[in-house]
Design a protein around this ligand. Structure first.
Ligand code: PMP
Length: 408
């Protein structure tokens, strides 16, 4: 089932055909956690929009503006349904997950007091760390960091002890972009709720790989980026429960987010427009809606099963590579694997793999505190998507075997 799914997916990804031309060796693209390759239906949706429907959304009454507005709002509905939001007014389009997290943390300025605590984890991407650090500094709140256990999982006893009466915000990633750990976010959201704290879930690495339902999850905020969901760059989502969104002060001011402006007063628009200053990313939102339709065409459960099977296959095959070290082994994991090769510098390893047409990410993955806590300077990371297949994993293993000859 897994192999046939990947084969069907691959036919729709032009980037997999064009790499280096027909005669070139096949590329193994193992960097989907950084950005996913784009399916033809998404490219078509973008190009059709620009060809036939360009018009500024949310302003202007002529037919082009109306049609563009309709497409934009239909995309919002699609995203809301995909995430399980009760109303599309809960969906704010942003430039990406980073932008969404900055709108939340920035929007809470003034809402936190000295002595309040913001809880993040030791595995956060800088996008879900630095905005909270800035908020804590600006408001006299304390930033607390949930530690990890030796498997690279969140320490749940520490979470019980840390999340309490002083906690104002709990901001955690759903899936680690380095270790692949799938965090028990439902439990953590419940803990936050129990103590009256706002919960923020960074879904950048989860929504394209498993079904997510924000209403069941019960979180206050949830963010993601389209370019990691087979969609275009330049657009992301800030989901918020209506009461939670109401608590955000608009950080960005301009057109489209107000209903009237006089010399004395600005009246802000209703949600979600209040949080979308400026001309919205209409084509990108339409592209994201197409990406969601594309994923749903295969089914999120099928995509998850495919990636789980491939991850188990890769972890098994890694055993055969002398000196290969998988960085942490979380029990609940997604298709993201950090690894190193004993005696080979991580950056050299990246180059050796690249020279063999295997694309992995090397570095500290925008998570410096995590990589430092692991006692490393950098790691290699392989991450899978719907189009990844066993041939890609085999190419990685073969390239790693070659790289062992360079070990010192
Ligand atoms: N959070 C996580 C867990 C991520 O992996 C990423 C992207 N690497 C981001 C946030 C930021 O996403 P973007 O760069 O698209 O804003």
């Amino acid at each position: 089932e897994s192999a046939s799914l990947a084969a069907r997916v691959r036919e729709q990804i032009p980037a997999l055909r064009h790499e280096g031309g027909e005669a070139a060796r096949r590329w193994a693209y193992l960097d989907s956690a950084a950005t996913t390759l784009t399916p033809q239906p998404v490219i078509d949706a973008l190009s059709d929009f620009y060809a036939t429907e360009t018009g500024s959304a949310g302003r202007g009454g002529h037919w082009r503006a109306r049609r563009s507005t309709g497409r934009y709002e239909a995309a919002r509905e699609r995203v809301a349904a995909f995430l399980g939001a009760e109303t599309s007014a809960s969906v704010v389009f942003t430039r990406g997950a980073t932008h969404a997290l900055n709108l939340i943390a920035g929007g809470l300025r003034g809402a936190l007091r000295e002595g309040d605590e913001v809880v993040v984890s030791a595995m956060e991407h800088h996008a879900n760390l630095l905005p909270w650090r800035a908020l804590a500094e600006a408001s006299g709140a304390r930033l607390r960091v949930l530690p990890l256990n030796e498997r690279g999982e969140l320490d749940m006893d520490a979470a019980e002890a840390m999340i309490g009466a002083r906690t104002a915000v709990v901001a955690l990633t759903h899936v680690s972009n380095v270790l692949g750990t799938v965090n028990p976010v439902d439990e953590l959201v419940a803990m936050a709720r129990q103590h009256g704290a706002l919960s923020v879930i960074d879904g950048s690495q989860s929504v394209a790989h498993r079904a997510v339902d924000v209403t069941t999850l019960g979180c206050d905020f949830f963010v993601c980026s389209a370019h990691k969901m087979y969609g275009p760059t330049g657009v992301g989502v800030l989901y918020g429960r209506p009461e939670a969104l109401e608590r955000l002060r608009p950080v960005e001011l301009g057109g489209g987010m107000m209903t009237s402006v006089t010399e004395e007063e600005v009246v802000f628009a209703e949600l979600p427009n209040r949080l979308e200053a400026g001309t919205p990313p209409v084509a990108q939102a339409v592209g994201l809606a197409a990406a969601i339709a594309w994923m749903e065409g295969f089914g999120m459960e099928a995509l998850q099963r495919h990636e789980e099977e491939l991850t188990a296959y890769a972890l098994g095959r890694f055993e055969a590579v002398e000196g290969l070290e998988v960085v942490r082994r979380p029990r609940q994991r997604s298709a993201v694997i950090a690894f190193g090769l004993r005696g080979v510098d991580a950056y050299d390893l990246g180059e050796l793999l690249d020279a063999q047409n295997v694309a992995v990410r090397v570095g500290s993955h925008c998570a410096h505190p995590l990589v430092r806590a692991l006692g490393l300077c950098a790691t290699a990371r392989a991450s899978f998507g719907a189009y990844t297949d066993r041939d890609d994993v085999d190419a990685l293993i073969e390239a790693l075997m070659q790289a062992t000859h360079f070990s010192r």
